[in-house]
Design a protein around this ligand. Structure first.
Ligand code: ZN
Length: 273
């Protein structure tokens, strides 16, 4: 898992070139986001799953964001890992792939992308899955959660039977090495799920009301959602977030692995019940 996550974050943050020699310098410009989508689609294909692209146009309702971006146009990348029991229920795991301008975005949020990819990879090896799993990499989180809003809207329109939505943002910083995670606005059922697995793995957690990332887009449409991050509200969080210093060498891979183990353990539990 460590090697897989190192490779994904190294390429996404421009520390290593893509196989074709191009370098992703940030994931904000149109060209770089396109390169990123191609790379993420290839990663999905590597697991013998089918990559899907959701192209969208969304109105810009925020006067603080340049109105030149009206409407926003972007594209999410996702895949569906089917249940083995013909279930119609879905679990959604999401992480945004875009960055602020001029930010390599190693921790924010190549770590979230690598986390859900490794969880997906492990879920493919289960013999029995009682729920379908959608793994989605959101575009334009940094522009007001536009990509996740577009996908939440799509889920409503398609009337998908969604059990729960789990989003991950900025999971690579742990200065005090306590491995603690932040659970943002969990429902009662998701709080009990994550707290029992965290306790079993000896991982401390804090429950907060932070809503400034993708899980909010789903909660706003009535879905059962949770966000996970490093200790944002508690102060032990990535200090170089949204700057040019959010680089590969600042990622705490041991912490990312611990977070990934927690999430896999919780999601495996949900998928096999
Ligand atoms: Zn983020």
């Amino acid at each position: 898992m460590r090697e897989e996550q190192e490779s994904i974050i190294s390429i996404l943050s421009g520390n290593t070139p893509l196989p074709n020699g191009e370098i992703i310098t940030n994931r904000s410009s149109k060209h770089n986001r396109e390169l990123t989508r191609t790379y993420l689609s290839d990663l999905i294909s590597d697991l013998n799953l089918t990559p899907e692209i959701q192209n969208y146009k969304m109105p810009n309702l925020n006067p603080l964001i340049d109105l030149l971006f009206n409407p926003f146009s972007g594209a999410n990348v996702y895949t569906i890992l089917p249940s083995t029991t013909k279930s119609d229920e879905y679990i959604i795991l999401g992480a945004h792939f875009d960055t602020e301008r001029n930010c390599p975005g190693a921790i924010d949020n190549a770590t979230g992308v690598a986390l859900i990819y490794s969880v997906l990879h492990q879920l493919t090896t289960l013999e029995k899955r009682d729920k379908n799993v959608i793994v989605i990499f959101f575009d334009q989180e940094e522009e007001d959660l536009i990509g996740s809003q577009a996908f939440a809207k799509y889920c409503k329109k398609e009337a998908l039977n969604i059990h729960s939505v789990h989003t991950f943002d900025t999971m690579g910083w742990d200065r005090d090495n306590d491995k603690a995670v932040e659970l943002e606005l969990p429902s009662e059922s998701l709080e009990s799920l994550y707290s029992s697995h965290a306790n079993a793995l000896d991982i401390p957690f804090h429950i907060t009301k932070v809503n400034s990332t993708d899980h909010q887009s789903f909660r706003a449409l009535g879905y059962n959602a949770i966000g996970l991050t490093d200790e944002y509200a508690n102060g032990d969080y990535a200090p170089y977030k949204d700057t040019e210093n959010d680089t590969y060498d600042t990622v705490n891979f041991e912490y990312l692995e611990s977070c990934t183990n927690l999430v896999y353990s919780a999601i495996k539990d949900l998928v096999t019940q």
